[in-house]
Design a protein around this ligand. Structure first.
Ligand code: BTN
Length: 244
């Protein structure tokens, strides 16, 4: 993976470039990295602030031989691979908030966005986008998100070398990806659970048609979130927003 690396200074969104290259036949593992994004995007079409070259904004094209129903697991294992990478550089308590956010000390510093082009029974390609706030200072976040955002530099009080971090991210992602392909999701399940944010705590589960309080219990073998409702039922959540 990452043998075909595309570096750009400024792009609209690395996701868009990845989709375009994938449609043109880019090989498995092609990775697009940009210094700045004018229109970085997050899940649910939210904006992902990435106008400056103080973070890692990258998208990877993957062509896994698997059914589209396993795609959500890719987000979860990507999160664990980022946790692995960061543990090699600093002793910081990184937590994974289901399904795609990474937190340090209750603030978000990394988001993962999985998109795909698929038929009913097979994935044509996937684009996994990883955004990591690396060297931002608190004041560089827009006011609306300042309270809930952080960066590696803020948390460790030192500037990070983005190139070194990117190299390690690619190495760890490749290792985790290979294990995932051969051993399946159970390979990362324990690691995910060990780093789960708010495990055993009460949260609010927001779904399009209902919203309820529940305690996070873990994840299932297929990557769904397991919660215990107040009347003690265990529910599997495949798609929702978690708040507290
Ligand atoms: C989220 O938190 O909802 C996901 C954020 C994903 C951001 C990354 S940055 C690189 C790639 N390009 C984008 O436009 N988005 C992803």
């Amino acid at each position: 993976l990452g043998q075909s690396l595309v570096f750009k200074d400024e792009v609209d969104s690395t996701q868009n470039i990845a989709h375009q290259l994938a449609r043109e036949g880019a090989v498995n593992g092609t990775t697009i990295i940009a210094n700045k994004q004018l229109h970085g995007r997050g899940r649910l079409n939210r904006e992902w602030v990435s106008h400056h070259d103080d973070g890692i904004w990258m998208s990877m094209i993957l062509r896994p031989e698997m059914a589209p129903c396993h795609a959500s697991q890719m987000t979860l294992f990507t999160a664990t691979s980022v946790v692995d990478t960061l543990a090699k550089f600093a002793n910081i308590p990184v937590k994974i908030k289901w399904p795609n956010d990474l937190f340090i000390n209750d603030k978000k510093f990394c988001g993962i966005l999985t998109e795909m082009q698929a038929e009913l029974d097979h994935i044509e390609y996937m684009v996994i986008g990883i955004g990591i706030n690396v060297n931002q200072e608190s004041m560089s976040f827009p006011e609306e998100i300042r309270q809930k955002s952080t960066s590696l530099a803020i948390e460790t009080q030192e500037k990070w070398d983005r190139r070194v971090l990117i190299q390690q991210l690619l190495v760890d992602f490749e290792t985790t990806y290979r294990e995932f392909l051969t051993q399946g999701f159970s390979y990362v399940k324990d690691k995910w659970t060990n780093n789960a944010y708010k495990l055993g705590e009460k949260v609010l589960v927001n779904m399009p048609k209902k919203s309820f309080e529940a305690t996070i219990e873990g994840i299932t073998d297929d990557g769904a979130l397991l919660v215990r409702t107040i009347d003690n039922n265990i529910e599997k959540i495949y798609s929702a927003e978690i708040h507290w």
